[in-house]
Design a protein around this ligand. Structure first.
Ligand SMILES: Nc1ncnc2c1ncn2[C@@H]1O[C@H](COP(=O)(O)OP(=O)(O)OP(=O)(O)O)[C@@H](O)[C@H]1O
Ligand SMILES: [Mg+2]
Length: 510
């Protein structure tokens, strides 16, 4: 796989890729207007902007997945027109899209080498295929078993495979659309070591992220999109994080301490577990009181998702010594039973688990609360409409209206809709809710993140018990009263708020 790094030196004055005057509209909605973008070799260029700013649309145009309404693309000074993704790939452009493109029934190795399978005597040379994929994974330091089907992998692991798949094409330009959205700190750090190496070898890297600390620590230049227009393009060293955030979201985001510490006096905590086993994960003891936001930290695939799904009635658990869960003395037998008891899960991997394809934004928001908005079997359409309009405004969901197809929304806006579903259901009755959040702000921009944190805290203040797993330690630190750490398939140390730091969590989960 050494061909993936044989890019020409990046010292050329001409950018590897130059996009000029790119415009794109969807119906009446202008997603991009006259955007210029230059990606030089040997540089890592950040592309940032609020949810719905047009980043993914620009990426799709640059990689041949979508035709622009206007504008030109040049590669090494030559004008090019890509008819499809294959054209762009042949020209040396590889993308790991925001939405993972891994085929789950195939193995990790098959996915990485898809379309580039080594042949022998006209048949796929399985041994060579496995060796090539493994060589690439080893360079990245990936511990994923590539001989297994991908169905059991976590979203973060799938993301890593997707990045390896892009690299396997031997690109000159690598585009990563939110690669770190579901990676934990350790995986993210490994990714950056790898990217720095590719950059030294002359690759041009376009990096999209909502994590401003990554952008400022890793990138050479930053381009800011706002409402489909480029509003800034310059070296990282000549701007500040605050200035970029202000350009993106139109206002400053203050560092707020969201924790309340004012937990409700609670003799019987709504979540009290002992001696539970979920898959390979041991839960010797776990408690969440009303008014608390409690975190779970762990490396990718450590079992946090299985635990939350088990508590929400969506996955089995075994041999609990004690279960007290929202009035139940056992694990919920089904999702419906969990919902009846006020247990709500914001699942990870939204496109697979949380988004109803083919339904509109409004329908997706209301699927959890049909009983609340119905009377004698009929939906009260006035209530439904006002609930949806209220949530769209409250969460600033960028959409053309309640009727827009959910899949047409940008990634971060889809995530807001998924979150809004339980807000619609809970309404003012947060005091009896158990809220289970699995990486709930994946892909959400810095401005909206602050708003979601405020909402989560507000629900805790009203008496909800919140248990949150997050790939972002910074999120757990910002939000949680205490954080349980998973190490060696076991929920062990519970770090109190006063001791929370990224270094401490990294130490505990390794
Ligand atoms: N296929 C489509 N049909 C209609 N509208 C679309 C389509 N694809 C994108 N859009 C709209 O174009 C705008 C830009 O979306 P895009 O996905 O490029 O945003 P983004 O910057 O990547 O946001 P995020 O940070 O949430 O991923 C949004 O308003 C989105 O709803
Ligand atoms: Mg996007």
């Amino acid at each position: 796989m050494s061909d993936c790094v044989t890019a020409p030196s990046g010292s050329d004055a001409k950018p590897l890729l130059q996009a000029s005057g790119i415009a794109k509209s969807f119906g009446g909605n202008r997603a991009l207007s006259g955007v210029d973008l230059a990606v030089p070799g040997g540089e890592m260029l950040a592309l940032v902007g609020a949810n719905g700013a047009g980043k993914s649309t620009l990426v799709k145009i640059v990689c041949g997945a979508m035709m622009p309404d206007a504008g030109t693309l040049e590669l090494g000074g030559q004008t090019v027109q890509f008819r499809d993704v294959g054209d762009a790939m042949a020209a040396g452009i590889a993308v790991a899209h925001q939405q993972v493109a891994i085929i789950r029934p195939l193995t990790g190795a098959e996915n990485i080498m898809l379309g580039r399978e080594p042949l022998r005597g006209g048949l796929i040379d399985r041994r060579a295929l496995a060796a090539s994929a493994q060589a690439l994974a080893d360079r990245f330091g990936v511990g994923i078993d590539l001989s297994l089907e991908c169905d059991g992998l976590s979203l973060g692991e799938l993301k890593i495979l997707d990045i390896l798949k892009a690299l396997a094409t031997g690109p000159r330009i690598l585009i990563l659309d939110e690669p770190t959205a579901s990676l934990t700190l350790a995986e993210t750090q490994r990714l950056f070591v790898f990217l720095a190496d590719l950059k030294r070898r002359g690759l041009g890297i376009l990096f999209i992220s909502h994590h401003m600390n990554e952008v400022f620590a890793q990138c050479d230049r930053v381009v800011v999109l706002k409402d489909g227009r480029k509003v800034h393009d310059g070296p990282i060293a000549e701007t500040t994080l605050q200035a970029v955030v202000r350009l993106m979201v139109g206002r400053a985001i203050e560092e707020t301490d969201w924790t309340s510490h004012a937990t409700v006096a609670d003799a019987t905590p709504p979540v009290s577990l002992a001696g539970l086993r979920v898959g390979p994960l041991d839960v010797p003891e776990l408690t969440v009181r009303r008014g608390e936001v409690v975190g779970i930290a762990g490396v990718l695939g450590a079992g946090q998702t299985d635990l939350l799904e088990c508590l929400a009635g969506a996955a089995p658990g075994r041999a609990a010594r004690r279960v007290r869960l929202a009035g139940l003395e056992r694990l919920p037998g089904s999702v419906a039973e969990a919902l009846d008891h006020g247990i709500y899960l914001v699942a990870d991997d939204r496109l697979r688990k949380a988004v109803f394809r083919g339904l509109s934004v409004g329908e997706n928001m209301l699927t959890g609360s049909l009983a609340q908005i119905s009377h004698r079997g009929f939906v009260r359409s006035g209530v439904a409409q006002s609930t949806v309009r209220d949530l769209i405004a409250r969460l600033r969901v960028k959409c053309s209206g309640p009727h827009q197809d959910m899949l047409q929304l940008s990634g971060g806006n889809q995530q807001k809709v998924v979150f809004a579903r339980w807000l619609a259901r809970i309404g003012g009755a947060a005091d009896s809710a158990v809220l289970l959040l699995d990486n709930p702000t994946e892909g959400v921009d810095v401005g909206s993140k602050a708003e979601l944190y405020a909402l989560i805290r507000e629900m805790a203040r009203q008496g909800a018990a919140v248990l949150i797993a997050s790939a972002e330690f910074s999120e757990l630190i910002a939000l949680c009263d205490r954080v349980y750490c998973i190490a060696h398939h076991r929920i062990g140390t519970c770090v109190p708020r006063a001791e929370l730091s990224e270094d401490r969590l990294l130490l505990e989960v390794n």
